[in-house]
Design a protein around this ligand. Structure first.
Ligand code: ATP
Ligand code: MG
Length: 445
Protein backbone atom coordinates (compact mmCIF):
# COMPACT_ATOMS: atom_id res chain seq x y z
CA UNK A 1 0.00 0.00 0.00
CA UNK A 2 1.28 3.42 -0.94
CA UNK A 3 0.85 6.36 1.47
CA UNK A 4 -2.46 8.20 1.14
CA UNK A 5 -0.83 11.61 1.33
CA UNK A 6 2.23 12.80 -0.53
CA UNK A 7 3.70 16.26 0.11
CA UNK A 8 5.52 17.40 -3.00
CA UNK A 9 8.13 19.23 -0.91
CA UNK A 10 9.23 15.84 0.46
CA UNK A 11 8.65 13.68 -2.61
CA UNK A 12 11.07 12.78 -5.37
CA UNK A 13 9.51 13.90 -8.62
CA UNK A 14 12.07 15.09 -11.14
CA UNK A 15 9.64 16.64 -13.66
CA UNK A 16 11.09 18.05 -16.86
CA UNK A 17 9.96 21.16 -18.73
CA UNK A 18 10.90 19.70 -22.13
CA UNK A 19 10.70 16.15 -23.41
CA UNK A 20 14.15 14.64 -24.03
CA UNK A 21 14.92 14.23 -27.72
CA UNK A 22 15.24 10.44 -27.53
CA UNK A 23 11.53 9.96 -26.78
CA UNK A 24 9.67 9.43 -30.05
CA UNK A 25 6.12 8.83 -28.88
CA UNK A 26 3.91 10.87 -26.63
CA UNK A 27 3.57 8.33 -23.81
CA UNK A 28 7.34 8.02 -23.50
CA UNK A 29 7.74 11.81 -23.56
CA UNK A 30 5.09 12.31 -20.90
CA UNK A 31 6.45 9.59 -18.63
CA UNK A 32 9.87 11.21 -18.75
CA UNK A 33 8.48 14.72 -18.29
CA UNK A 34 6.35 13.61 -15.36
CA UNK A 35 9.39 12.06 -13.67
CA UNK A 36 7.95 8.54 -13.69
CA UNK A 37 10.82 6.52 -15.13
CA UNK A 38 14.51 6.81 -15.80
CA UNK A 39 16.37 4.69 -18.30
CA UNK A 40 19.30 2.79 -16.85
CA UNK A 41 20.32 0.88 -19.99
CA UNK A 42 18.64 0.28 -23.37
CA UNK A 43 15.13 -1.01 -22.61
CA UNK A 44 15.77 -1.16 -18.86
CA UNK A 45 14.20 1.39 -16.53
CA UNK A 46 14.12 2.49 -12.95
CA UNK A 47 10.60 3.21 -11.79
CA UNK A 48 10.67 6.51 -9.95
CA UNK A 49 8.14 7.06 -7.14
CA UNK A 50 5.27 8.33 -9.30
CA UNK A 51 5.79 5.72 -12.02
CA UNK A 52 6.07 2.99 -9.42
CA UNK A 53 2.84 4.17 -7.81
CA UNK A 54 0.93 3.90 -11.09
CA UNK A 55 2.55 0.54 -11.90
CA UNK A 56 1.19 -0.81 -8.60
CA UNK A 57 -2.29 0.50 -9.46
CA UNK A 58 -2.29 -1.22 -12.83
CA UNK A 59 -0.98 -4.39 -11.24
CA UNK A 60 -3.78 -4.31 -8.67
CA UNK A 61 -6.55 -4.03 -11.28
CA UNK A 62 -4.98 -6.93 -13.17
CA UNK A 63 -4.76 -8.95 -9.93
CA UNK A 64 -8.38 -8.29 -8.91
CA UNK A 65 -9.69 -9.54 -12.25
CA UNK A 66 -7.50 -12.66 -12.09
CA UNK A 67 -8.74 -13.39 -8.58
CA UNK A 68 -12.30 -12.82 -9.76
CA UNK A 69 -12.15 -15.78 -12.18
CA UNK A 70 -10.62 -18.00 -9.52
CA UNK A 71 -7.00 -17.77 -10.60
CA UNK A 72 -4.54 -18.25 -7.73
CA UNK A 73 -1.49 -16.05 -7.30
CA UNK A 74 2.01 -17.35 -6.63
CA UNK A 75 5.49 -16.07 -7.41
CA UNK A 76 8.13 -17.77 -9.50
CA UNK A 77 11.73 -16.56 -9.70
CA UNK A 78 13.17 -14.39 -12.47
CA UNK A 79 16.26 -16.60 -12.85
CA UNK A 80 15.65 -20.15 -14.05
CA UNK A 81 17.82 -23.17 -14.62
CA UNK A 82 18.15 -24.20 -18.28
CA UNK A 83 17.33 -27.85 -17.50
CA UNK A 84 13.56 -27.66 -18.02
CA UNK A 85 14.08 -25.61 -21.16
CA UNK A 86 16.28 -28.34 -22.59
CA UNK A 87 13.48 -30.83 -21.89
CA UNK A 88 10.84 -28.72 -23.61
CA UNK A 89 13.14 -28.06 -26.53
CA UNK A 90 12.88 -24.31 -26.17
CA UNK A 91 16.41 -23.67 -24.92
CA UNK A 92 17.64 -23.98 -28.49
CA UNK A 93 14.49 -22.64 -30.18
CA UNK A 94 14.12 -19.41 -28.26
CA UNK A 95 17.03 -17.66 -29.92
CA UNK A 96 18.80 -14.47 -29.04
CA UNK A 97 15.88 -12.95 -27.14
CA UNK A 98 16.69 -15.16 -24.19
CA UNK A 99 19.29 -13.79 -21.82
CA UNK A 100 21.56 -16.72 -21.00
CA UNK A 101 23.67 -16.69 -17.89
CA UNK A 102 26.28 -19.04 -16.43
CA UNK A 103 26.56 -19.42 -12.69
CA UNK A 104 29.90 -19.96 -10.87
CA UNK A 105 29.68 -23.71 -11.39
CA UNK A 106 29.34 -23.14 -15.12
CA UNK A 107 25.68 -24.22 -15.09
CA UNK A 108 23.35 -22.78 -17.72
CA UNK A 109 20.85 -20.37 -16.25
CA UNK A 110 18.56 -17.83 -17.87
CA UNK A 111 16.50 -14.78 -17.02
CA UNK A 112 12.93 -15.95 -17.68
CA UNK A 113 11.27 -14.53 -20.80
CA UNK A 114 8.12 -16.50 -19.84
CA UNK A 115 7.28 -19.37 -17.46
CA UNK A 116 5.52 -22.30 -19.19
CA UNK A 117 8.26 -24.79 -18.28
CA UNK A 118 8.58 -23.76 -14.65
CA UNK A 119 4.87 -23.69 -13.92
CA UNK A 120 4.35 -27.05 -15.63
CA UNK A 121 6.98 -28.54 -13.36
CA UNK A 122 5.35 -26.95 -10.31
CA UNK A 123 1.94 -28.30 -11.31
CA UNK A 124 3.38 -31.75 -12.12
CA UNK A 125 4.70 -32.28 -8.63
CA UNK A 126 1.56 -30.99 -6.95
CA UNK A 127 -1.36 -32.47 -8.88
CA UNK A 128 -2.24 -36.07 -9.51
CA UNK A 129 -5.77 -36.54 -10.80
CA UNK A 130 -8.81 -35.00 -12.44
CA UNK A 131 -9.83 -33.87 -8.95
CA UNK A 132 -6.89 -31.45 -8.94
CA UNK A 133 -8.14 -29.57 -12.01
CA UNK A 134 -9.11 -27.08 -13.27
CA UNK A 135 -6.28 -25.01 -11.80
CA UNK A 136 -5.58 -21.46 -12.86
CA UNK A 137 -2.25 -20.15 -11.53
CA UNK A 138 -0.66 -16.77 -12.12
CA UNK A 139 2.17 -14.54 -11.08
CA UNK A 140 3.17 -10.96 -11.72
CA UNK A 141 6.89 -10.84 -12.24
CA UNK A 142 9.68 -9.17 -14.20
CA UNK A 143 10.64 -10.75 -17.48
CA UNK A 144 13.64 -10.22 -19.69
CA UNK A 145 13.70 -10.47 -23.46
CA UNK A 146 16.73 -9.21 -25.27
CA UNK A 147 14.67 -7.41 -27.91
CA UNK A 148 16.53 -6.39 -31.09
CA UNK A 149 15.03 -2.94 -30.96
CA UNK A 150 13.90 -1.86 -27.50
CA UNK A 151 12.02 1.39 -28.01
CA UNK A 152 9.10 3.62 -27.10
CA UNK A 153 10.03 3.59 -23.42
CA UNK A 154 8.25 0.93 -21.39
CA UNK A 155 6.23 -0.11 -24.42
CA UNK A 156 8.97 -2.34 -25.76
CA UNK A 157 11.45 -2.81 -22.98
CA UNK A 158 13.98 -5.55 -22.49
CA UNK A 159 13.12 -5.86 -18.81
CA UNK A 160 9.35 -5.59 -18.37
CA UNK A 161 6.63 -6.47 -15.90
CA UNK A 162 4.15 -9.12 -16.95
CA UNK A 163 1.22 -10.97 -15.47
CA UNK A 164 1.36 -14.48 -16.79
CA UNK A 165 -1.24 -17.08 -15.96
CA UNK A 166 -1.44 -20.77 -16.81
CA UNK A 167 -4.42 -23.10 -16.91
CA UNK A 168 -4.48 -26.86 -16.32
CA UNK A 169 -7.42 -29.05 -17.34
CA UNK A 170 -8.27 -32.67 -17.94
CA UNK A 171 -9.60 -32.24 -21.48
CA UNK A 172 -9.60 -29.92 -24.44
CA UNK A 173 -13.22 -28.99 -23.75
CA UNK A 174 -12.50 -27.99 -20.15
CA UNK A 175 -9.37 -26.16 -21.21
CA UNK A 176 -11.40 -24.05 -23.61
CA UNK A 177 -13.65 -22.99 -20.74
CA UNK A 178 -10.53 -21.88 -18.84
CA UNK A 179 -9.49 -20.00 -21.98
CA UNK A 180 -12.87 -18.29 -22.05
CA UNK A 181 -12.52 -17.24 -18.39
CA UNK A 182 -9.32 -15.40 -19.19
CA UNK A 183 -10.82 -13.96 -22.36
CA UNK A 184 -13.59 -12.31 -20.33
CA UNK A 185 -11.22 -11.32 -17.50
CA UNK A 186 -9.09 -9.46 -20.04
CA UNK A 187 -12.06 -7.57 -21.47
CA UNK A 188 -12.95 -6.46 -17.95
CA UNK A 189 -9.39 -5.65 -16.90
CA UNK A 190 -8.75 -3.33 -19.83
CA UNK A 191 -12.21 -1.73 -19.67
CA UNK A 192 -11.59 -0.84 -16.02
CA UNK A 193 -8.49 1.03 -17.17
CA UNK A 194 -10.56 3.05 -19.62
CA UNK A 195 -9.27 1.12 -22.63
CA UNK A 196 -11.22 -0.26 -25.57
CA UNK A 197 -9.46 -3.54 -26.13
CA UNK A 198 -10.23 -5.65 -29.17
CA UNK A 199 -9.58 -9.40 -29.18
CA UNK A 200 -7.98 -10.35 -32.48
CA UNK A 201 -7.15 -13.79 -33.81
CA UNK A 202 -3.42 -14.18 -33.61
CA UNK A 203 -0.50 -16.34 -34.60
CA UNK A 204 0.78 -18.47 -31.77
CA UNK A 205 4.52 -17.87 -32.33
CA UNK A 206 7.18 -19.61 -30.22
CA UNK A 207 4.69 -20.46 -27.45
CA UNK A 208 2.83 -22.72 -29.88
CA UNK A 209 -0.79 -23.87 -29.86
CA UNK A 210 -3.96 -23.69 -31.89
CA UNK A 211 -6.21 -21.08 -30.34
CA UNK A 212 -4.95 -17.62 -29.60
CA UNK A 213 -6.15 -14.04 -29.30
CA UNK A 214 -4.25 -10.83 -28.92
CA UNK A 215 -5.94 -7.98 -27.07
CA UNK A 216 -5.20 -4.82 -28.98
CA UNK A 217 -5.94 -1.16 -28.44
CA UNK A 218 -6.04 1.07 -31.47
CA UNK A 219 -3.31 3.74 -31.55
CA UNK A 220 -1.43 5.45 -34.36
CA UNK A 221 1.82 4.72 -32.56
CA UNK A 222 1.15 0.98 -32.31
CA UNK A 223 3.67 -1.43 -33.77
CA UNK A 224 1.29 -3.69 -35.65
CA UNK A 225 -1.11 -3.01 -38.49
CA UNK A 226 -4.62 -4.15 -37.51
CA UNK A 227 -8.00 -4.47 -39.22
CA UNK A 228 -11.40 -4.62 -37.58
CA UNK A 229 -15.10 -3.87 -37.74
CA UNK A 230 -16.15 -0.53 -36.29
CA UNK A 231 -18.60 -2.31 -33.96
CA UNK A 232 -15.74 -3.01 -31.56
CA UNK A 233 -15.43 0.66 -30.76
CA UNK A 234 -18.97 0.70 -29.38
CA UNK A 235 -18.67 -2.34 -27.11
CA UNK A 236 -18.12 -2.24 -23.37
CA UNK A 237 -15.98 -4.97 -21.82
CA UNK A 238 -17.73 -4.55 -18.47
CA UNK A 239 -21.09 -5.58 -19.94
CA UNK A 240 -20.11 -9.20 -20.36
CA UNK A 241 -21.93 -11.99 -18.50
CA UNK A 242 -19.59 -14.77 -17.36
CA UNK A 243 -21.20 -16.66 -14.50
CA UNK A 244 -21.42 -20.05 -16.27
CA UNK A 245 -19.41 -21.83 -18.91
CA UNK A 246 -22.28 -21.34 -21.33
CA UNK A 247 -22.39 -17.60 -20.63
CA UNK A 248 -18.64 -17.38 -21.14
CA UNK A 249 -18.79 -19.28 -24.43
CA UNK A 250 -21.53 -16.93 -25.61
CA UNK A 251 -19.51 -13.88 -24.60
CA UNK A 252 -16.46 -15.09 -26.49
CA UNK A 253 -18.65 -15.98 -29.47
CA UNK A 254 -20.14 -12.49 -29.39
CA UNK A 255 -16.77 -10.74 -29.08
CA UNK A 256 -15.28 -12.69 -31.96
CA UNK A 257 -18.26 -12.51 -34.29
CA UNK A 258 -17.15 -9.42 -36.18
CA UNK A 259 -13.96 -9.16 -38.16
CA UNK A 260 -10.80 -8.33 -36.18
CA UNK A 261 -7.30 -9.46 -37.10
CA UNK A 262 -3.68 -8.42 -36.92
CA UNK A 263 -1.56 -8.19 -40.04
CA UNK A 264 -0.28 -11.76 -39.71
CA UNK A 265 -3.76 -13.27 -39.72
CA UNK A 266 -5.39 -10.73 -42.01
CA UNK A 267 -7.82 -11.98 -44.65
CA UNK A 268 -8.16 -9.16 -47.17
CA UNK A 269 -11.17 -10.74 -48.84
CA UNK A 270 -13.18 -11.13 -45.64
CA UNK A 271 -12.29 -7.58 -44.65
CA UNK A 272 -13.41 -6.23 -48.03
CA UNK A 273 -16.80 -7.85 -47.48
CA UNK A 274 -17.50 -5.41 -44.61
CA UNK A 275 -19.32 -2.20 -45.68
CA UNK A 276 -16.65 0.40 -46.29
CA UNK A 277 -17.84 2.81 -43.59
CA UNK A 278 -17.49 0.03 -40.97
CA UNK A 279 -13.94 -0.91 -41.90
CA UNK A 280 -11.23 0.21 -39.51
CA UNK A 281 -7.67 -0.19 -40.68
CA UNK A 282 -5.11 1.35 -38.38
CA UNK A 283 -2.31 0.51 -36.01
CA UNK A 284 -2.59 -1.19 -32.64
CA UNK A 285 -0.75 -1.93 -29.41
CA UNK A 286 -0.83 -5.48 -28.04
CA UNK A 287 -1.57 -5.35 -24.32
CA UNK A 288 -2.52 -8.96 -23.70
CA UNK A 289 -2.21 -12.33 -25.38
CA UNK A 290 -3.92 -15.64 -24.59
CA UNK A 291 -3.13 -19.12 -25.91
CA UNK A 292 -4.57 -22.58 -25.70
CA UNK A 293 -1.77 -24.98 -26.55
CA UNK A 294 -3.06 -28.33 -25.37
CA UNK A 295 -0.47 -30.88 -24.31
CA UNK A 296 2.56 -29.32 -25.97
CA UNK A 297 4.48 -28.81 -22.72
CA UNK A 298 2.78 -31.38 -20.51
CA UNK A 299 3.86 -34.21 -22.83
CA UNK A 300 7.48 -33.15 -22.92
CA UNK A 301 7.65 -32.40 -19.21
CA UNK A 302 5.50 -35.39 -18.24
CA UNK A 303 2.82 -33.43 -16.44
CA UNK A 304 0.17 -36.15 -16.36
CA UNK A 305 -2.99 -36.66 -14.38
CA UNK A 306 -5.27 -39.63 -13.93
CA UNK A 307 -8.58 -38.92 -15.64
CA UNK A 308 -12.12 -40.05 -14.68
CA UNK A 309 -11.65 -43.42 -16.40
CA UNK A 310 -8.40 -44.17 -14.57
CA UNK A 311 -6.21 -43.47 -17.61
CA UNK A 312 -3.02 -41.42 -17.32
CA UNK A 313 -3.25 -38.41 -19.64
CA UNK A 314 -1.15 -35.30 -20.22
CA UNK A 315 -2.81 -32.19 -18.81
CA UNK A 316 -4.27 -29.61 -21.22
CA UNK A 317 -2.79 -26.16 -20.82
CA UNK A 318 -3.12 -22.55 -21.81
CA UNK A 319 -1.12 -19.43 -21.04
CA UNK A 320 -2.29 -15.86 -20.64
CA UNK A 321 -0.11 -12.75 -20.57
CA UNK A 322 -0.74 -9.09 -19.78
CA UNK A 323 1.97 -6.48 -20.28
CA UNK A 324 1.61 -4.63 -16.97
CA UNK A 325 4.43 -2.16 -17.62
CA UNK A 326 3.49 -1.77 -21.29
CA UNK A 327 -0.05 -0.89 -20.20
CA UNK A 328 1.20 2.30 -18.61
CA UNK A 329 2.43 3.54 -21.97
CA UNK A 330 -0.69 2.27 -23.71
CA UNK A 331 -3.02 4.06 -21.29
CA UNK A 332 -1.16 7.34 -21.76
CA UNK A 333 -1.25 6.93 -25.55
CA UNK A 334 -5.04 6.56 -25.22
CA UNK A 335 -5.57 9.30 -22.65
CA UNK A 336 -3.65 12.60 -22.79
CA UNK A 337 -3.89 16.11 -24.21
CA UNK A 338 -1.37 18.84 -25.00
CA UNK A 339 -1.00 19.63 -21.28
CA UNK A 340 -0.13 16.12 -20.17
CA UNK A 341 -1.51 12.84 -18.94
CA UNK A 342 -5.20 12.29 -18.08
CA UNK A 343 -5.34 9.23 -15.80
CA UNK A 344 -8.53 7.17 -15.79
CA UNK A 345 -9.89 7.12 -12.23
CA UNK A 346 -9.12 3.44 -11.59
CA UNK A 347 -5.37 3.83 -11.95
CA UNK A 348 -4.73 7.49 -11.12
CA UNK A 349 -1.80 7.72 -8.67
CA UNK A 350 -3.86 10.22 -6.63
CA UNK A 351 -7.49 11.25 -6.98
CA UNK A 352 -6.95 14.76 -5.68
CA UNK A 353 -4.20 17.32 -6.18
CA UNK A 354 -4.13 20.31 -3.84
CA UNK A 355 -2.20 23.38 -4.94
CA UNK A 356 -1.31 25.71 -2.12
CA UNK A 357 -0.48 28.96 -3.91
CA UNK A 358 1.14 30.55 -0.87
CA UNK A 359 2.45 27.92 1.56
CA UNK A 360 4.08 30.63 3.69
CA UNK A 361 0.61 31.95 4.57
CA UNK A 362 -0.47 30.21 7.81
CA UNK A 363 -4.19 30.43 7.11
CA UNK A 364 -3.69 28.84 3.65
CA UNK A 365 -1.63 25.99 5.08
CA UNK A 366 -4.12 25.33 7.88
CA UNK A 367 -6.93 25.20 5.33
CA UNK A 368 -4.95 22.82 3.13
CA UNK A 369 -4.35 20.52 6.10
CA UNK A 370 -8.06 20.58 6.92
CA UNK A 371 -8.94 19.58 3.35
CA UNK A 372 -6.26 16.88 3.31
CA UNK A 373 -7.68 15.37 6.47
CA UNK A 374 -11.24 15.32 5.15
CA UNK A 375 -10.15 13.86 1.80
CA UNK A 376 -7.90 11.13 3.21
CA UNK A 377 -10.58 10.22 5.78
CA UNK A 378 -12.95 9.74 2.86
CA UNK A 379 -10.43 7.29 1.34
CA UNK A 380 -8.91 9.58 -1.25
CA UNK A 381 -5.24 9.72 -2.15
CA UNK A 382 -3.89 13.25 -2.15
CA UNK A 383 -0.92 14.91 -3.80
CA UNK A 384 -0.29 18.14 -1.95
CA UNK A 385 1.82 20.81 -3.67
CA UNK A 386 3.24 22.69 -0.71
CA UNK A 387 6.38 23.82 -2.50
CA UNK A 388 7.63 27.36 -2.59
CA UNK A 389 7.19 27.75 -6.37
CA UNK A 390 5.42 30.06 -8.79
CA UNK A 391 1.70 29.24 -9.00
CA UNK A 392 1.88 28.86 -12.80
CA UNK A 393 4.54 26.17 -12.49
CA UNK A 394 2.44 24.28 -9.95
CA UNK A 395 -0.71 24.39 -12.07
CA UNK A 396 1.14 23.21 -15.16
CA UNK A 397 2.73 20.36 -13.25
CA UNK A 398 -0.54 19.16 -11.74
CA UNK A 399 -1.95 19.04 -15.29
CA UNK A 400 1.13 17.26 -16.63
CA UNK A 401 0.80 14.62 -13.90
CA UNK A 402 -2.83 14.02 -14.84
CA UNK A 403 -4.40 14.02 -11.36
CA UNK A 404 -8.20 13.79 -11.94
CA UNK A 405 -9.19 16.68 -9.58
CA UNK A 406 -7.36 19.82 -8.51
CA UNK A 407 -8.25 22.24 -5.73
CA UNK A 408 -6.51 25.60 -5.39
CA UNK A 409 -5.95 27.14 -1.97
CA UNK A 410 -4.97 30.80 -1.97
CA UNK A 411 -5.43 33.81 0.34
CA UNK A 412 -7.90 35.17 -2.21
CA UNK A 413 -10.02 32.02 -2.20
CA UNK A 414 -9.92 31.96 1.59
CA UNK A 415 -11.21 35.50 1.77
CA UNK A 416 -14.02 34.76 -0.69
CA UNK A 417 -14.82 31.42 1.02
CA UNK A 418 -14.95 29.87 -2.44
CA UNK A 419 -12.41 27.45 -3.90
CA UNK A 420 -11.65 26.38 -7.45
CA UNK A 421 -12.25 22.68 -8.08
CA UNK A 422 -11.08 21.66 -11.55
CA UNK A 423 -11.57 18.39 -13.36
CA UNK A 424 -8.49 17.35 -15.35
CA UNK A 425 -10.58 15.66 -18.02
CA UNK A 426 -12.43 18.41 -19.88
CA UNK A 427 -10.94 21.14 -17.69
CA UNK A 428 -14.21 22.35 -16.16
CA UNK A 429 -13.83 24.50 -13.03
CA UNK A 430 -16.47 24.74 -10.29
CA UNK A 431 -16.40 27.04 -7.26
CA UNK A 432 -17.45 25.79 -3.86
CA UNK A 433 -17.11 26.20 -0.11
CA UNK A 434 -14.37 24.21 1.62
CA UNK A 435 -16.77 21.85 3.39
CA UNK A 436 -18.53 20.97 0.14
CA UNK A 437 -15.42 19.82 -1.71
CA UNK A 438 -14.96 16.31 -0.31
CA UNK A 439 -18.67 15.36 -0.44
CA UNK A 440 -18.73 16.61 -4.03
CA UNK A 441 -15.64 14.57 -5.00
CA UNK A 442 -17.05 11.46 -3.31
CA UNK A 443 -20.16 11.76 -5.42
CA UNK A 444 -18.08 11.92 -8.61
CA UNK A 445 -16.33 8.60 -7.98
P1 ATP B 1 5.12 -8.59 -29.01
O1 ATP B 1 4.38 -9.21 -30.15
O2 ATP B 1 4.68 -7.20 -28.69
O3 ATP B 1 6.60 -8.75 -29.11
P2 ATP B 1 4.83 -11.03 -27.63
O4 ATP B 1 3.77 -11.62 -28.49
O5 ATP B 1 6.21 -11.47 -27.79
O6 ATP B 1 4.74 -9.44 -27.74
P3 ATP B 1 3.74 -12.32 -25.29
O7 ATP B 1 4.71 -13.41 -25.17
O8 ATP B 1 2.41 -12.61 -25.84
O9 ATP B 1 4.41 -11.14 -26.10
O10 ATP B 1 3.69 -11.55 -23.89
C1 ATP B 1 2.49 -11.15 -23.23
C2 ATP B 1 2.39 -9.65 -23.11
O11 ATP B 1 3.58 -9.08 -22.57
C3 ATP B 1 2.21 -8.95 -24.45
O12 ATP B 1 0.87 -8.95 -24.84
C4 ATP B 1 2.72 -7.55 -24.14
O13 ATP B 1 1.67 -6.78 -23.57
C5 ATP B 1 3.78 -7.78 -23.09
N1 ATP B 1 5.12 -7.67 -23.68
C6 ATP B 1 5.74 -8.55 -24.50
N2 ATP B 1 6.95 -8.13 -24.84
C7 ATP B 1 7.15 -6.95 -24.22
C8 ATP B 1 8.23 -6.02 -24.15
N3 ATP B 1 9.36 -6.23 -24.82
N4 ATP B 1 8.08 -4.90 -23.39
C9 ATP B 1 6.93 -4.68 -22.70
N5 ATP B 1 5.88 -5.52 -22.73
C10 ATP B 1 5.98 -6.65 -23.47
MG1 MG C 1 2.01 -11.84 -28.22
Amino acid sequence: MQPKLVRLSQYFLPALREAPAEAQIVSHQLMLRAGMIKQSAAGIYSWLPLGFRVLKKIEQVVREEQDRIGAVELLMPTIQSADLWHKSGRYDDYGKEMLRIKDRHDRDMLYGPTNEELITEIFRTGAKSYRDVPKLLYHIQWKFRDEVRPRFGVMRGREFYMKDAYSFDSSRENALDSYNKFFVAYLRTFARMGLKSIPMRAETGPIGGDNSHEFIILAETGESQVFCHRSYLERDGLDVMDDSSEARANAVQDWTSDYAATEDEHDAEAFAAIPETDRVSTRGIEIGHIFYFGTKYSEKLEANIIDETGATVPVHMGSYGVGVSRLMGAIIEASHDDKGIIWPAAIAPFQLGIVNVKPADTASSATAEQLIEAATNAGMEVLYDDRDQRAGVKFAEMELLGIPWRVVISPKALEAGSFEVTERKGGQTRHMALDDIVPFLCEQQ
